[in-house]
Design a protein around this ligand. Structure first.
Ligand code: SF4
Length: 135
C-alpha cells in the first residue's frame, strides 16, 4: 500500500519476493472532494510556481509550456480541451490580481527533455557518505 516509490524500494531490498502494489499512483494531486483528486505537480524538479502565481504550467497546460500560451488559447479555454481553462490565461489573471504581471515576461530556459533518466538527489551535507560516493 504505497506509491510506486515504496513498491520499488521494497522490491530492491527483497529481490526474491514478488511485490503486489495495492494502489495505482496517478500523480501528485489536490483533494477537491471525497474521492476527487486533481493533479497539480509532476515532480519535475524545475519549479516555477513563484513566478507563475502558484499555477503550474507543466501540469495545468496540456503542452507543458513554460513561457506563455500557445497560439490556440481561446477566451480563457485550452485548445486541447475547451472544458479546461488555459493555464497561461489563469497565470496572467493571477499575476494581474497580485500586481506582479511583470513576471510573465521572465523567460524560463528550455527543459532538456533528453535528461529523463531517473534522477538522484543528494543533499549537500550527505555528499561525503559512502553511498553517495558510489553514485
Ligand atoms: S491553450 Fe493554454 S493550456 Fe492549452 S495548450 Fe495552449 S497554452 Fe497550454
Amino acid at each position: 500500500m504505497a506509491c510506486g516509490v515504496g513498491i520499488q524500494f521494497l522490491a530492491e531490498r527483497f529481490p526474491h519476493k514478488p511485490v503486489f502494489p495495492g494502489v495505482d499512483t496517478t500523480g501528485l494531486a489536490v483533494n477537491q472532494a471525497v474521492g476527487w483528486y486533481e493533479e497539480r505537480c509532476k515532480s519535475c524538479g524545475r519549479c516555477v510556481l513563484a513566478m507563475t502565481g502558484g499555477i503550474c504550467p507543466v501540469t495545468m497546460c496540456a503542452k507543458g509550456l513554460y513561457n506563455g500560451p500557445c497560439g490556440g488559447t481561446n477566451k480563457g479555454s485550452c485548445e486541447i480541451d475547451p472544458d479546461q481553462p488555459c493555464a497561461w490565461y489563469k497565470i496572467h489573471e493571477r499575476l494581474s490580481q497580485q500586481g506582479r504581471l511583470d513576471l510573465i515576461m521572465d523567460i524560463t530556459e528550455a527543459v532538456d527533455w533528453n535528461d529523463q533518466v531517473p534522477r538522484t538527489l543528494i543533499q549537500p551535507g550527505y555528499e561525503k557518505t559512502e553511498k553517495a560516493q558510489d553514485n
